[in-house]
Design a protein. Structure first.
Length: 262
């Protein structure tokens, strides 16, 4: 039985002076049995979010939004995986905004994944096609290429033991208010598991949680979680709103309860 996970990607929002309050408010509004919750604030707010949650709700995981592919060195402004140990237990890797703005390639993302699992950080690997790629009907090929490129450097067993999660985030759905349909997300989730199986994961491909991300709200989360192959959501804009997070995690709790009962 796969975990049901709701991860909040705060992107470049909040400051160290308000992030702790927001995290504890969200934590208090989302205490739902069976749902794994993760909050990913900006680097500079990791410590305050960690400290606030440690005293208010230690069940909420803390994640970073990216990590560097080297362990140390002359990389001004960057953060390496060992620096995150103790601050975070999760990390988002390969988000489309970083593929776009920081020119992250699949090969580089694969190195980040390796650094994350070596440091004991659970990676959330993001994949997803752009609008032109979907319109050309190439979405499955794009995601297959992204997975093959990112996963080439490490053994499936290592990534599985490291708790890797995959987030399917079609680029055209991120921050646009135009979400994918539950059916399209489920189809891609099946593709992702087929690709993993083909990459040597075999039956273990079924054990990897696959999240959907892209304009998820409390109003549309049910459409995704109605799909048995979708195990939760990576939430951007709505994750800054406690009411939205309360609704999203409440719906995730229904899925978690149904899975436990099955
Ligand atoms: P969004 O972002 O929910 O604002 O579309 C999702 C993400 O980028 O992870």
């Amino acid at each position: 039985m796969r975990d049901v996970i709701v991860a909040a990607n705060w992107k470049m929002h909040t400051t160290p002076s308000d992030a702790g309050d927001l995290a504890s408010t969200i934590a208090a509004r989302t205490r739902v049995s069976g749902v794994t919750r993760v909050i990913c604030p900006p680097f500079v707010s990791l410590a305050v979010v960690r400290d606030t949650l440690a005293s208010s709700d230690p069940d909420v995981g803390v994640g970073a939004q990216t990590v560097h592919h080297e362990l140390q060195g002359a990389y001004t402004g960057e953060i390496a995986a060992p620096m995150l140990v103790g601050l975070a237990s999760w990390v988002i890797v390969g988000h489309s905004e970083r593929r776009r703005d920081a020119a992250e390639t699949d090969e580089l993302i694969g190195r980040k994944l390796g650094r994350a699992v070596d440091a004991g950080l659970r990676p959330i690997l993001c994949v997803g096609e752009r609008l032109d790629e979907r319109e050309a009907g190439n979405q499955a090929d794009v995601v297959e290429r992204q997975l093959a490129g990112a996963l080439a450097a490490r053994e499936p067993a290592e990534l599985l033991a490291g708790g890797m999660v995959i987030a399917y985030e079609p680029v055209w759905a991120i921050g646009t208010g135009r979400n994918a349909s539950g059916r399209d997300a489920a189809a891609m989730s099946a593709t992702i598991r087929d690709v993993l199986a083909g990459l040597g994961w075999k039956a273990a491909a079924d054990d990897v949680p696959v999240l959907y991300g892209g304009s998820v709200t409390s109003s549309n989360i049910a459409e995704f979680l109605a799909e048995p192959s979708i195990d939760g959501a990576l939430v951007g804009g709505a994750s800054l709103k406690p009411d939205e997070m309360a609704g999203i995690v409440a719906r995730a709790g229904l899925t978690a309860a149904a899975r436990t009962a099955a």
